[in-house]
Design a protein. Structure first.
Length: 418
């Protein structure tokens, strides 16, 4: 089987995902995607007529984010018309999956040069979601028209699931707030030390002025006292009547009748709502040799894992075990772990279940501090691992994250010798 290599990775800064308030919120999603695609082209002197495909991730493919963002953004970035493009959705995990699929096509010997990545404008999706709710549309996983299916595998609300998992695992709010504080502290250190600079791409407005050239979301002034004062966010949502007396809490207790919980997650220990995009350039060895490129990392293995959609967030641990087995590695071989901080309990449970060295997990902070642009985050984290392995001299990095529907993709990469 052929091997797939990462040549380069870049991303935008993450802007606050609030309509009219975030620095990127006025831009079109295609503009963000084109920004990183253009950067990949220019940074690597890439002849885009040799790009076999652009595989893109976007979770909310409607409105401005509809219409095959991968293809249209490639055209907007000035790619040759022969460079095809497609767009996929694996909810939060799409940014890993786009890279995994790009690697798969290269490893199968069918492609030689693929750009993967993702975009999410949460400032747009938040406004759209509010419109849908006001129009009476039911949340994801409800109202399939099949009562038996709804009863067997209801998909609850992510934040409610996080609270329920914390109770089930015996993880208290103090531990979750402590992890959130660590995330802020690590992100602040990483920014001050320039650890993200290699991958960060400035976003410009249409008139050429700077829209955003730095991370907009982090709150380095965060304290444990401040976190402890925040109100839990999901108690009201847990008991909101979705119709016919059904609530998210009842969805969960129907399958887990022993569970009782109260809210422990809030704005400070949950992932930030942000806008952003990222791109990763992958090629075959033959392409590297033909074009004189220098690979930065090798794709070692990837895996996908499903789990219970009712609790939704528990697939990263089995996904990590699965991809380690595929790679023939153990957890002790991994120098850098990235587990997306969708909610603090996801990362905390991951660390506890796998008994990991905390200094190796999200060493530059995570989504609680930096934000989580749904379809782009996985690609961002892969680039983060490449940068960090190069900075520290580590060999292997593993990236995984929970996704709606009770899923988790995972990938292991190996840094190439300099």
């Amino acid at each position: 089987m052929a091997e797939a290599y990462i040549i380069d990775a870049c991303r935008t800064p993450r802007g606050v995902g609030k309509p009219g308030k975030g620095a990127l919120s006025h831009l079109h999603p295609q503009h963000l995607a084109a920004t990183v695609l253009k950067a990949i082209k220019e940074r690597n002197n890439l002849d885009t007529s040799t790009v076999d495909d652009v595989i893109w991730s976007c979770s909310s493919q409607y409105g401005k984010q509809a219409g095959d963002l991968g293809r249209m953004a490639a055209l907007a970035a000035g790619y040759d018309i022969s460079a095809s493009g497609t767009t996929l959705d694996r909810f939060c995990g799409g940014g890993i999956t786009s890279v995994n699929l790009a690697a798969a096509t290269i490893m199968a010997g069918m492609e030689d040069c693929v750009v993967a990545g993702g975009t999410e404008m949460m400032s747009f999706t938040a406004a759209w979601g509010a419109e849908q709710a006001n129009a009476g549309f039911k949340p994801l996983g409800m109202g399939s028209g099949n009562p038996e299916l709804d009863a067997m595998h209801p998909q609850s609300h992510q934040g409610v699931c996080g609270d329920a998992i914390a109770a089930r695992e015996g993880i208290d709010r103090h531990a979750l707030d402590a992890l959130a504080l660590v995330s802020q502290e690590r992100a602040d250190r990483a920014i001050r030390e320039g650890r993200f600079d290699k991958s960060l791409v400035t976003v410009y407005n249409e008139d050429g002025t700077v829209a955003l050239d730095h991370e907009e979301f982090p709150r380095p002034e965060t304290t444990m006292e401040g976190l402890s004062a925040l109100r839990a966010s999901f108690d009201g949502i847990a008991d909101f009547d979705l119709g016919d007396g059904v609530t998210f809490r009842k969805q969960i207790t129907r399958r887990y009748p022993e569970l009782e919980w109260k809210g422990v997650h809030h704005a400070g220990n949950s992932s930030g709502v942000v806008d952003g995009a990222a791109a990763v350039l992958l090629t075959s060895k033959a392409y590297i040799e033909k074009h004189g490129l220098k690979p930065r990392a090798r794709i070692v293995a990837y895996a996908n894992q499903g789990d219970d959609p009712t609790l939704m967030l528990n697939a990263p641990v089995p996904a990590a075990k699965k991809v380690l087995e595929k790679a023939g590695l153990t957890k002790d071989d991994i120098d850098h772990w990235e587990i997306n901080e969708a909610f603090a309990v996801v990362a905390e449970k991951f660390i506890r279940d796998l008994e990991l060295d905390r200094t190796k997990v999200n060493p530059n902070g995570g989504a609680m501090a930096l934000g989580h642009p749904i379809g782009a985050t996985g690609s961002i984290l892969i680039g983060t691992v490449v940068d960090e392995l190069e900075r520290t001299g580590g060999r292997y990095g593993l990236v995984t994250m929970c996704a709606a529907g009770g899923m988790a993709p995972a990938i292991i990469i190996e840094r190439m010798d300099s």
